[in-house]
Design a protein around this ligand. Structure first.
Ligand code: ZN
Length: 197
């Protein structure tokens, strides 16, 4: 594990953001561990530090200066905003329709033709949300240079069509519901994002 991965995970441990149990991930997979980024990002200084670190990694991946950072709501909002601050870029976000599940730009957000952009998310598992934002930006005429996340749970395997950066790359076991050993042992599954404190 890279030293940077350890120092990022230490931030999560210090914030009580490294949860163990039986979790339903946004991807639909189940996992015995969950990194609750919101618990780290509730501390603005930690959010700013992570944003600065991720901006450095994204600069290495992007061949040109970045004018725009875009994130999927809700998970990407705080870290995307902090990366944009560090890059001197503007920040916009996409939202997913509750019914159609289609990702789009709302609230009057627009993209200039050829505008250089990166997509930032808190955690990548399958890359699905980041890929959707890349597609929305490309369709709007942007030039998407790279994508980044605080945590990469895919072990580096997620493909989103552009170069990727992450502060911590993990190989966390995730199971489809039919093959989940935690389901088999009867432990109730919880959706970490929606669980009341
Ligand atoms: Zn399960």
């Amino acid at each position: 594990m890279k030293p940077q991965t350890e120092s990022v995970l230490d931030l999560f441990r210090a914030a009580g953001a490294y949860l163990e149990g039986h979790f339903l991930l946004t991807s639909g997979l189940h996992s015995g561990a969950y990194l609750q980024c919101a618990l780290v990002l509730q501390h603005p200084r930690a959010a700013e530090s992570l944003g600065r670190l991720l901006a450095q990694e994204l600069r290495k991946q992007a061949a040109e200066p970045v004018a725009l950072v875009a994130s999927p709501a809700l998970g990407g909002l705080i870290i995307g905003h902090e990366v944009a601050r560090a890059l001197g870029a503007r920040f916009i976000f996409t939202e997913r329709d509750a019914v159609t599940k289609k990702m789009s730009l709302r609230r009057g957000f627009t993209v200039s033709p050829g505008e250089t952009a990166v997509v930032v998310e808190d955690v990548i598992t399958t890359g699905g949300s980041t890929q959707d934002v890349v597609d929305v930006l490309n369709a709007a005429g942007a030039n998407v240079l790279a994508a980044g996340s605080i945590i990469d749970r895919s072990g580096g395997r997620a493909e989103v069509g552009v170069p990727r950066a992450a502060l911590a790359t993990l190989q966390v076991a995730a199971h489809s519901p039919g093959e989940c050993p935690l389901c088999a042992s009867g432990i109730p599954v919880v959706k970490p994002g929606s669980r009341p404190a």
